[in-house]
Design a binder for this molecule. Structure first.
Ligand code: ATP
Length: 198
């Protein structure tokens, strides 16, 4: 079975995350996508959402993607997790699965410097989705490094969808519309829970 692990802070989840999952689904055809919100210490000055609110918003995001589910493995661990350690956990939990680790192209150029990056590519094949056209050039050196380690990384061809959680939080704080950036159920949840208002 092909299982994709998709980590992030998801503060909040948005259409960029959905587009990434859709691109990964059509290219890899996985049976399962595990959305994995990270533990993130709450910074009150920045008015970030709590772990429980992020988990709930990720569940709402998963409703829009068949085969997607949410894991609270990192979010409930109470500490910052290393991807390598998280993948060791999923390797043991799903020993027969082929694991993929999905990320946006903003993260990939620095991937070789991640803690135990070589181990990560032994545990999972990497899948990368473009966030901007420029990012893709910046990914070349990292791709070469990963391949020299015997790892697999696939760049998915899809139109970048420019959108970030930071931008959405800023818009909400300033009282600006977020139309077209967030799934409706998540926009409603944010409104109901009065998140990101500052
Ligand atoms: P922030 O603005 O708070 O840094 P973010 O929008 O980058 O947040 P994350 O939760 O940090 O969102 O991202 C989780 C994963 O989703 C990362 O791999 C990131 O590269 C990817 N991602 C986020 N937004 C997009 C997008 N618009 N297109 C493709 N991938 C995305």
């Amino acid at each position: 079975m092909k299982t994709v692990i998709f980590g992030g802070t998801f503060n909040p989840p948005h259409f960029g995350h959905l587009k990434l999952m859709e691109a990964v689904k059509s290219a890899i055809e996985p049976e399962k996508i595990i959305i994995l919100p990270a533990f993130a210490p709450r910074n009150r000055r920045e008015e970030l959402a709590s772990v429980d609110d992020r988990l709930e918003m990720c569940r709402l995001l998963a409703e829009g993607v068949s085969g997607a589910e949410v894991s609270d493995f990192e979010a409930k661990s109470g500490k910052i997790s290393y991807t390598a350690d998280t993948l060791e956990y999923f390797r043991e939990a799903c020993p027969d699965d082929r694991l993929y680790f999905a990320m946006g192209s903003d993260l990939f150029p620095n991937f070789p410097n991640w803690f135990k990056a070589r181990r990560i590519v032994e545990l999972a094949a990497l899948v990368c989705v473009a966030r901007s056209a420029e990012d893709i050039n910046a990914c070349k050196a990292a791709e070469k490094t990963v391949k020299s380690w015997g790892g697999s990384c696939t760049f998915l061809k899809c139109e970048p969808f420019v959108c970030s959680s930071t931008d959405i939080r800023g818009r909400i704080k300033r009282g600006e519309p977020t139309d077209g950036l967030l799934p409706e159920n998540i926009a409603e949840y944010i409104k109901r829970r009065r998140l990101y208002r500052g």
